[in-house]
Design a protein around this ligand. Structure first.
Ligand code: F0G
Length: 412
């Protein structure tokens, strides 16, 4: 029932024992992925039966997450709601639109899916501490899971460039936090230079085990929506999540479970769009951006580490990319909240903004069914800039001074 697994290089195909702590191919230096072998010979109906007997969430799908299975670290991640959003569908101009709300995860973002698996693997490795570079969500998540696992955690963040809520979470859960006077890309570069330490376990998304947890989002969509002919819109930063979701779909296709063919849409902010630019210009390699800029701090990334995997996700699924302005992101954030009651942080709103933009540009069929991945909750980033133009009134503490305002609001 449990397929054999290896660590496999996406460049040269080199196979490595999956228990080794290694973050890139020792032969050619390319990215590694966890490869489930012979998936097509797995009894998929038996697998489905087992899944049905468990609550929805990351660990429902444990047969396809090849850990040793002695101990799982969990805060009950995954199993996030999928909302059907008629008003947003009209707003964006498509037939049907769903929002997968990853903000409902324990630390408020999709990172928890990958982190529960990553921390479990870190414990298996016997290392004493976990480390990551982060724009704030990975660090919040890693800090929480390290606490749950009883491990030390060390976080490198770009100084002054992460949202307050995320900094608060990271510190509260207990990570030793180091503010780097530079960008996320600088911080990740520093972490990667520590790759040979025998004490540290790196939990950025270049770690293929993170991707193993995050791929369960695709499995959940299969369970929640049943069919597969939809466009899945994903905000893209370091290119991990879009790669993970496509990996999940690819495995379902290989298992013979998914009938339709999902299409991946990767959305970046205009000021931080090296991946989208590469695809739109038809280039084969990514040109890093030195000074990425966007209000969506989570995806303010100039050198996405997983771009090769993400390129494969977009190409193999017949998908595409979109670039959206900061204002389009803010508009989408407000639409999600005020039309449907879904509060997301700016980066998360990029997926919806990208759908609207593609429809307007005539690059997305109005007849499409779309799933927007909303990656993190609004509470992460309580930011005055994001409230610009939204007013509220102050009154004296008696009802007579509030009444005229209320009457005004109630006017037809
Ligand atoms: N949305 C949110 C809310 C994020 O925090 C991130 C990444 C992304 C989207 C993009 O995902 O990197 O896999 O392409 N945040 C990372 C962090 C970089 O450190 O928290 P990606």
């Amino acid at each position: 029932m449990i397929p054999e697994a290896t660590l496999s290089c996406i460049g040269c195909g080199n196979k490595i024992e999956h228990d080794r702590v290694v973050y890139s191919c020792p032969r050619c230096g390319d990215l590694l992925e966890v490869k489930l072998e012979n998936l097509s010979s797995v009894d998929a109906s038996l697998l489905k039966e087992r899944w049905r007997s468990r609550p929805i969430g990351v660990w429902r799908y444990r047969e396809l997450i090849p850990l040793r299975g002695e101990r799982y670290i969990t805060l009950h991640e995954g199993g996030t709601p999928l909302y059907r959003c008629g008003k947003l569908a009209r707003w964006a101009g498509v037939k049907e639109l769903y929002v997968k709300f990853e903000g409902a995860n324990p630390t408020g973002s999709f990172k928890d899916r990958g982190m529960c698996v990553g921390i479990t693997k870190a414990l298996e490795s016997g290392r004493q501490a976990v480390i990551c570079a982060s724009t704030g969500n990975t660090s919040s998540s890693m800090s929480a899971y390290a606490a749950a696992a009883g491990m030390k955690s060390i976080v490198l963040i770009p100084r002054g460039r992460i949202a307050l809520g995320k900094l608060f979470q990271t510190l509260l859960y207990g990570a030793r936090t180091i503010a780097v006077k530079g960008s996320f890309d600088d911080a990740l570069n520093m972490v990667m230079q520590l790759r040979d330490s025998k004490d540290l376990y790196i939990l950025n998304s270049i770690n293929p085990w993170r991707i193993e947890g995050q791929k369960t989002l695709a499995y959940e969509l299969y369970d929640q929506l049943g069919m597969g002919d939809y466009v899945v819109s994903v905000p893209v930063g370091n290119c991990g999540n879009i790669s993970a979701i496509w990996k999940g779909f690819s495995e379902l296709i290989e298992l013979g479970l998914l009938n339709g063919s999902p299409t991946m849409l990767g959305v970046q902010a205009e000021g931080a769009s090296p991946f989208a630019d590469m695809i739109l210009k038809g280039h084969e390699t990514l040109k890093p951006l030195e000074e990425p800029r966007t209000i969506a701090t989570a995806i303010r990334i100039g050198k996405p580490a997983n771009w090769k995997k993400a390129l494969r996700a977009v190409r193999d699924s017949g998908g595409t990319v979109a670039k959206v302005s900061d204002w389009e992101i803010v508009e989408a954030q407000r639409a999600l909240a005020s039309l449907e009651g879904i509060g997301v942080e700016p980066a998360s709103a990029a997926s919806l903004a990208g759908v609207k933009k593609l429809v307007e540009e005539g690059r997305l069929d109005r007849d499409s069914t779309v799933v927007c991945i909303s990656t993190g909750t609004a509470l992460k980033d309580p930011n005055e800039e994001l409230l610009r133009g939204i007013e509220f009134s102050e009154v004296e503490p008696n009802v007579d001074s509030a009444k005229p305002l209320i009457e005004e609001i109630l006017k037809p």
